[in-house]
Design a protein around this ligand. Sequence first.
Ligand code: DTR
Length: 340
Amino acid sequence: MKQKLSIFSLLTMAFILLTVSFLITPAKAGVIKLSYANFPPAPTFPCVQMEYWKTEVEKRTKGKVLINTYPGGTLLGAKNMMDGVIAGQADIGNLCMAYQPGRFVVTNATSLPLGISSARAGSMILLDIFNKYQPRAFAKVKVLAVFTTAPSNIMSKKAVRNFQDIKGMDLRASGGAAQILKAWGANQIGMPMSATPEALQKGVVQGVFSSLEVMKDLKFAEICKYVTLTNTAIYPFAVVMNLERWNSLPKDVQKIMEDLIEEQTKWTGNYMDNHVKEAISWSKKTNQVEFIELSNQQQILWNKKLEPMIQKWIEKANAKGFSGQEIVNDIQKLIKKYGG
Ligand code: DTR
């Protein structure tokens, strides 16, 4: 009887404790809800990294923060991402800095043909450059992550093996990479990635200059049966948050997000590099895409055409009040540090 009583009282106490803890735990209404906008479709890498970040933040804040993600430009598009976040139309947004080269001068220097050969290295280089220069372009937001693509290559409907083939070809690229296409003689057409599938389909462009994971993610391999491996020009991205919203977050939540910055940068770089490999095998296997390697002699000629771009960029950056040469020197040092 005594034993039965004590089991009963133990159960009662447990019940009371549970009820009390339930009452003092903030109600669901107290959950911090954040919206996160993205411009390309859900299967692409900017959205994959967004979902990773969402899961990590929700897990690490133990449900205190809930992130609603909006891929495919459903909340903000490629070109109004930064201003939309500043205006509070979304709490968080992911943007490709190359789409606004005049706005993000310092960070877009990573797009120059300086020899960054992977997304992993590119992302770390971009983070170091961002931390050192703290560009004014980001003064009105909190930066939650930066990362880059893997180097760009030409995906085209017709084979590009030499300058004759690329001459006058309508190829799509944006920002720094656009200058590269022009230097090689292509007819460069600018548009964000989100507009590219339709442009390819309608024949507005004959190909794309970008990192190769889109061969799989956006099914470009079904249209572009040739890839010319040029391995140049990475595109820099940033994830930004509305500053007021950031300042309104509790300190412990801010710390969790701060601690994630470098981790997110590394995770995304690695994901991108691995995913590019996967997309290459997939394209060969499912769509018999031909991957064209330029001969050493051709490669030297192609690179030579890009050399004046760096000096030109330095002069332009200097004219805008930036230390162009110092930024380029820093990137070159960082390429050695992170192994290109
Ligand atoms: N290379 C840039 C950025 C980019 C690369 N892959 C994707 C996928 C979805 C959106 C943007 C990007 C570009 O070509 O726009």
